[in-house]
Design a protein around this ligand. Structure first.
Ligand code: ATP
Length: 209
């Protein structure tokens, strides 16, 4: 099984890295691919270029072979729609290999606003990470779509290529990229919120100032 963890990663931090590692272990994924978006659909322009966000991600996971980066969205023009990304990855890995889209609870609750969102279930399973501060008040059109799809056991995901939804509890780290950007901008210390290698590159290249 392959896990897909999309995001802006502006910059990547321990909230992303720790949850990715835990989801990979709990779902017994062969690999987990971070997929940085080129042009986010639901938010403003990132603070640094896509190439730089990619570089920071690559540095962050350099010593963790089970975590990888897939830059397919950076090679595509236009907005980064997840449905196009999953279709692209499906073509690469074939029809029968289970694919799991990993999203935070906040992203999951907003799923009905994603482009062609109901097609996501034809392409991948969805694993929802429980993130701090979010309660499970699922909008009715989403509840309707997932009611028949919820997996009782995480192991169920490996028995189909796509279409199931599961909830994965992860260690709650209240860290956000927004907070890190604000700290850097204010000249404050961002140590222990993100890997030192990432922080050092941010300082060296004067990013987020
Ligand atoms: P920003 O503060 O710029 O909005 P972010 O820190 O929320 O950024 P994103 O790149 O937008 O990071 O998030 C990508 C994915 O990672 C989303 O699915 C989001 O829910 C999840 N995520 C981000 N931070 C955490 C965290 N601290 N714990 C668990 N999941 C997280």
């Amino acid at each position: 099984m392959i896990g897909i963890y999309g995001g802006t990663f502006d910059p990547v931090h321990y909230g992303h890295l720790r949850t990715a590692l835990e989801v990979r272990e709990k779902l017994a994924l062969d690999t987990l691919r971070f997929v940085p978006c080129k042009k986010p659909v639901h938010r403003g322009e990132p603070a640094v270029t896509a190439e730089k966000r990619l570089e920071l991600l690559q540095i962050a996971i350099a010593d963790t072979p089970e975590l990888t980066v897939d830059c397919c969205e950076l090679e595509r023009e236009g907005p980064s729609f997840m449905v196009d990304t999953l279709r692209h990855i499906r073509k690469e890995i074939g029809e029968s290999r289970p694919l799991v889209l990993i999203v935070g609870m906040d992203a999951f609750l907003g799923l009905p606003s994603w482009s062609r969102w109901t097609e996501l279930f034809e392409l991948a399973h969805i694993a929802v990470m429980m993130r701090p501060g979010w309660q499970c008040d699922v909008p009715s059109e989403l509840a309707e779509q997932i009611s028949e799809r919820i997996a009782g056991e995480l192991a169920e995901l490996s028995s189909a290529d796509a279409g199931k939804v599961c909830f994965v509890e992860v260690t709650q780290l209240e860290i956000s990229a927004t907070e890190i950007r604000n700290l850097v901008r204010a000249g404050a210390d961002s140590r222990y919120l993100l890997p030192d290698t990432v922080r050092e590159m941010i300082i060296k290249e004067n990013l987020y100032r």
